[in-house]
Design a protein around this ligand. Structure first.
Ligand SMILES: Cc1cc2nc3c(=O)[nH]c(=O)nc-3n(C[C@H](O)[C@H](O)[C@H](O)COP(=O)(O)OP(=O)(O)OC[C@H]3O[C@@H](n4cnc5c(N)ncnc54)[C@H](O)[C@@H]3O)c2cc1C
Length: 379
């Protein structure tokens, strides 16, 4: 049995809550320090491929995520005008469908409910001010002045991780030249799986989130210098991009895009820590360690897998350092495969939107197929 009995997790997002559930299930005492006073997760969805569902199953919540989401098959791909190009994504894997679409808010609720049931202690509205990272324990002072001593600290505080900065120095996220626009709708009657359409200036996708809801994503390039876009311009810009797609589903929903506050616009950034993602008693997981662009829709899946693998390794009867080493052995290459493939796909998309040729030998379909194949391998 591991000597790790008391754990602090900084960041209660998808990765942090997954780690909390996994460890609490094994009898570890877990506290989450979450900087938000209350969660305000936005209402668009998340794509979960079969490997994400397999990881969720290991912490006991895959069935609930599917019940409250929308399991679907391989994604259908089309030209901007609606001509079929092919399908993408993994085939079903055992009991897991190819994909599950679920609202981020709902996934969050499913995780929160399970964590509370398992006795996880959420400390909302605070974070760590100082970390004393020793060889055999970690002592922290929180921003409310309280203090704590833990066997290990897991940092799951996202792409702009403060813990990463405190322990490893500054790894600033880089803007990748692309942005994503998202909007939630009532589910379109024709949407039987995920649909993606490839235009010249953008690509769009429609993803079911439940029997009666779906969201749209649109990927565009807003210029090399990541210009600030006024909220008042969101609706007209989004509709202008959509004018490139004369297809039924777009015609049917475009009139519903009316509220700038419901547009979730986000420039895409990425950053990752070199191997190893731990020092003494602090280990970094999820986006804090390997944030990438969502071209393979797998960042959250990797964060959940990180949590599962860390909890599995923590069960072994070896030193914490050997546990962390074993974690890195199982995680680094797999995560970097996704990071590298996602960033290559994003770079090619950017060239397409700029009307420039792709490098010789570029084959997006082949790269997606290889990456998805890799993701379906055991983790
Ligand atoms: C546009 C877009 C679409 C995406 N689509 C998909 C998809 O379809 N499928 C998929 O698998 N992945 C997707 N991803 C990636 C996915 O969202 C992330 O990989 C995932 O959310 C990472 O989880 P995390 O827990 O590591 O970080 P986060 O989800 O960012 O959670 C971090 C948490 O830490 C808290 N926090 C931050 N700083 C501190 C601090 N200093 N102290 C305490 N708490 C703190 C935050 O409030 C938050 O609750 C997408 C990403 C983007 C940008």
């Amino acid at each position: 049995m591991s000597s790790v009995k008391k754990v602090l997790i900084v960041g209660g997002g998808i990765g942090g809550q997954s780690a909390a559930i996994a460890l609490a299930k094994d009898g570890v005492s877990v506290e989450i320090a979450e900087r938000l006073e209350a969660y305000n997760v936005y209402g668009v969805g998340i794509i979960q491929q079969a490997n994400a569902l397999k990881a969720l199953d290991k912490i006991g919540i895959a069935d609930e995520a599917m019940k409250r989401g929308f399991p679907y098959g391989q994604v259908k791909m089309f030209t901007a005008g609606g001509h079929a190009v092919g399908v993408a994504g993994p085939p079903p894997m055992g009991k897991y469908p190819s994909h599950n679409g679920v609202s981020r808010r709902i996934l969050h609720d499913v995780m929160y409910e399970e964590a509370i049931k398992r006795g996880v202690n959420y400390r909302m509205g605070l974070t760590v001010k100082t970390i004393e990272n020793n060889e055999d324990h970690v002592s922290v002072v929180f921003t409310d002045g309280t203090e704590g001593v833990y066997d290990i600290l897991i940092a799951a505080d996202g792409i702009k991780s403060e813990v990463r900065k405190m322990v490893f120095g500054d790894y600033k996220p880089q803007y990748m030249g692309l942005s994503v626009w998202r909007y939630a709708f009532k589910k379109h009657e024709d949407l039987d799986t995920g649909y993606i359409y490839y235009g010249k200036r953008s690509k769009i996708g429609f993803i079911p989130m439940s029997e009666d809801s779906m969201y749209m994503f649109l990927v565009s390039s807003e210029g090399a210098d990541n210009p600030w876009i006024e909220k008042s311009a969101y609706i007209s810009m989004l509709k202008d991009y959509l004018s490139e797609y004369p297809v039924k589903i777009v015609n049917d929903v475009i009139g519903q895009i009316t509220e700038p506050d419901l547009v979730n616009y986000r420039p895409l950034e990425a950053t990752h820590l070199p191997n190893p993602w731990y020092k003494n008693r602090v280990i970094i997981i999820g986006d804090a360690a390997h944030a990438t662009v969502p071209q393979l829709g797998s960042g959250a899946a990797l964060a959940i897998e990180d949590a599962v693998v860390l909890s599995e390794e923590l069960k072994s009867n070896v030193s914490v350092e050997d546990t962390f080493k074993a974690f890195m052995k199982r995680r680094y290459d797999r995560c970097m495969m996704v990071v590298n493939a996602s960033e290559t796909l994003a770079a090619w998309e950017l060239l397409e939107f700029q009307g420039k040729p792709l490098p010789e030998g570029a084959h997006p379909g082949k790269l997606i197929g290889q990456a998805v194949g890799g993701l379906m391998a055991p983790f």
